[in-house]
Design a protein around this ligand. Structure first.
Ligand SMILES: O=P(O)(O)OC[C@H]1O[C@H](OP(=O)(O)OP(=O)(O)O)[C@H](O)[C@@H]1O
Ligand code: HPA
Ligand SMILES: [Mg+2]
Length: 168
């Protein structure tokens, strides 16, 4: 059974759109790291939603060190307490200096808050951001209102829709 939407508005994002927006994020982050020539030394994707944008950013910026941190906070559209299920090698991470932490979106900011506590010097980037979570993110591409639910392409499928005028 499908849970009814608690949000009035839906923002439906295609694969093409997330690809373009993730590329825009990569371009914005290029040469902004603390290393020589503005380099970043690693990318950490917040699973699962951050994995697609992180892959695209890693490809654009030619970063081969890509790790993941697993956080779960939502069951469908119901938020619970964020749980860290696994985390990257502490030697790679240190205090986060020079590491780009990437997620698909920030909503309440709770997920990023947990990761920030672990790696205070990392740079936090998301593709989309809702106003409540904006203070938790250093770089994002598109702002979306708080009452909008973002639907990602990996959660959707093409399907038939009735003609606007119906058949009566
Ligand atoms: O700012 P917040 O209110 O914490 O919400 C944002 C987080 O929620 C979603 O992940 P979710 O926990 O649903 O897991 P998933 O990425 O595996 O889908 C989304 O991918 C972000 O990681
Ligand atoms: O708007 C959203 N869309 C998808 N996943 C989410 N997790 C928190 N907010 C959202
Ligand atoms: Mg997530």
């Amino acid at each position: 059974m499908v849970t009814p939407l608690p949000h009035e508005k839906g923002f439906h994002i295609s694969w093409d759109q997330i690809h373009r927006d993730s590329r825009a994020l990569a371009w914005r982050l290029d040469k902004r790291g603390p290393g020589a020539g503005g380099a970043w030394h690693a990318i950490v994707a917040i699973t699962r939603g951050g994995m697609a944008p992180a892959m695209i950013v890693a490809r654009e910026l030619d970063i081969r060190q890509v790790a993941t941190i697993s956080i779960k906070s939502y069951d469908h559209q119901t938020q619970g307490e964020p749980k860290v299920l696994n985390r990257p090698d502490p030697e790679l991470m240190g205090d986060g200096e020079g590491v780009l932490v990437i997620d698909d979106l920030v909503d309440s900011g709770k997920t990023l808050e947990v990761v920030r506590t672990l790696y205070p010097k990392a740079h936090f980037a998301t593709v989309y951001a809702k106003p409540k979570g904006e203070p938790m993110v250093d770089t994002f591409i598109t702002g979306v209102s708080q009452d909008t639910w973002i639907f990602f392409p990996w959660d959707m499928a093409l399907q038939y829709v009735e003609p606007y005028r119906g058949t009566d």
